[in-house]
Design a protein around this ligand. Sequence first.
Ligand code: NAG
Ligand code: NAG
Ligand code: NAG
Ligand code: NAG
Ligand code: NAG
Length: 520
Amino acid sequence: MWCIGYVLLILSFLPCGCSGDAFRFASYYGDHMVLQKAPAGAVLWGYGSSGAQVKILLSGPNSTQTITTAVNDGIWKVRLEPVPAGGPYNLTAIQKGTSSSKILLTDLLFGDVWLCGGQSNMAFTLAQVYNASEELADAPKYPNVRVFQAALEQSSVELKDLAGVEVPWSRPSAEILGGKDFTHFSAVCWLFGRYLYETLQYPVGLVESCWGGTPIETWSSPRVLQKCGLLHRVTQAGRRGGGHKCSDSEGSLWRDSVLWNAMIHPLLPMTIKGVIWYQDEANAQSNHDKYSCTFPAMIDDWRMMFHTGSDSQTAADFPFGFVQLCTYRKHTHDGIPEIRWHQTADYGYAPNQRMKNTFMAVALDLPDEHSPWGSIHPRDKQDVAYRLVLGARAVAYGEKGVSFQGPFPTSVQFYKNYLNITYNQMIRTSPSNDTFEICCSVYQKPCGSGSEWFPAALQEQDRVSDSVLVSVDGCSADSVAALRYAWSDWPCEFKDCPVYSADSALPAPPFIINRWPAHS
Ligand SMILES: *[C@@H]1O[C@H](CO)[C@@H](O)[C@H](O)[C@H]1NC(C)=O
Ligand SMILES: *[C@@H]1O[C@H](CO)[C@@H](O)[C@H](O)[C@H]1NC(C)=O
Ligand SMILES: *[C@@H]1O[C@H](CO)[C@@H](O)[C@H](O)[C@H]1NC(C)=O
Ligand SMILES: *[C@@H]1O[C@H](CO)[C@@H](O)[C@H](O)[C@H]1NC(C)=O
Ligand SMILES: *[C@@H]1O[C@H](CO)[C@@H](O)[C@H](O)[C@H]1NC(C)=O
């Protein structure tokens, strides 16, 4: 795949004139597509003969419109008047000039378009999940959820259009959603769209653009890397998160920005509702200390670029949902707790001050030791997508009364023999001797991964309240310098963490609380 990537990369350096003046749409418009609904206007573009006039006619149940534009430098671009959700619509594009030509696109819908990005856990297909055969058989029952997938391509320069398409816009079928391992179509993306459709009851368009084993630096523009002090460094991908065709990601060298250039930049004119993202395994050993900078900076950059790229039709603060890393290996200290923390810009929850209009699906209680694709690729994507959809409903759609965040502490009181941790909501607890840990230190300074940590047992168990008591045996309360929760790669077994939300059954995300600030 690497080699093929390079061949296409060379071809893509040629100016677009090489494809002649063929009148056509850009690669990601076609029959069965979903275009972003009102209040935004969908942007369409394509290629033609410079100087020619292009007429676009939209016809369907709720809107008929005609827009005329001219081809400049081989490119034409129009913005439709906003169209309410629904369909089907037809779109006719006519080029007038020396060589008149006409294109008809049929079976278009208007709805919400979500982009799905990341690495192998996003690429993981619906054929790989638990209950795959039922999920695949169910898919055609959702003809208003449509899918599109960009092919795996990389480029050292920003491309105007995708160099390849893995799945053109399609109605869902078992064949399209059940491609071979890590090919098509993303289970998290599909299930997110399907569950969202059940709430919205109008069309949803899903655009998958992801690649296994890829660090965030590949998906980030040079602006992001510069902001985080990473410009002009070669990034070594981590050992994990491989798969997806070019499966030997171990030790492969990824050059910065190559997937931003080839798999995101071309999509900027497309009007979208928001993005979901499942990535970070490849950063556990690569610039992981920088993730709390790179991730929010990449979100900011994508937002700005999609906004300007779509003639301001994509919101400048569009919602961005992400999956906090699941588990990889038991009994190891391998950077995953820190990575989970950095995914939230070190707040522990989302949205937060630094990451506004975001939402997070916590997944650390969904381990899968016996996954045939390795424990880094857990098969339960249904719960991941369900938790993402809760976040989307609350954050992206402003639905009131949707609980989408697990419990997070609001205060910790230090007593002689115990700590009293108060949460922001009612919790349900179960026995635990070591998921909470304390750092016992006579120094009044923050504790890090290198400090000595001791297990701290939950004292009051199996009950519903808004606080827990944790014993501090062997460390006088005065010497407890920090407290942390679920701070290991594999902190609990399947859906069996010590702290859950009492009403939504969502797991508490991991946290670390230092008693003393860094400067004292
Ligand atoms: C779209 O075009 C097809 C094929 O020409 C036609 O059968 C259908 O009635 C058209 N639908 C609309 C909404 O114009
Ligand atoms: C027409 O638009 C309204 C909202 O304005 C929507 O409820 C309805 O479903 C649309 N009908 C079709 C067939 O698209
Ligand atoms: C698989 O199907 C069974 C039986 O319907 C159900 O109990 C289980 O929750 C499903 N698993 C997932 C991950 O959806
Ligand atoms: C723990 O804190 C909660 C909330 O502040 C309070 O209601 C409870 O009485 C405290 N429990 C103990 C044993 O300190
Ligand atoms: C906690 O430790 C006690 C005492 O060793 C043991 O009896 C209990 O089973 C442990 N509980 C858990 C959840 O591991």
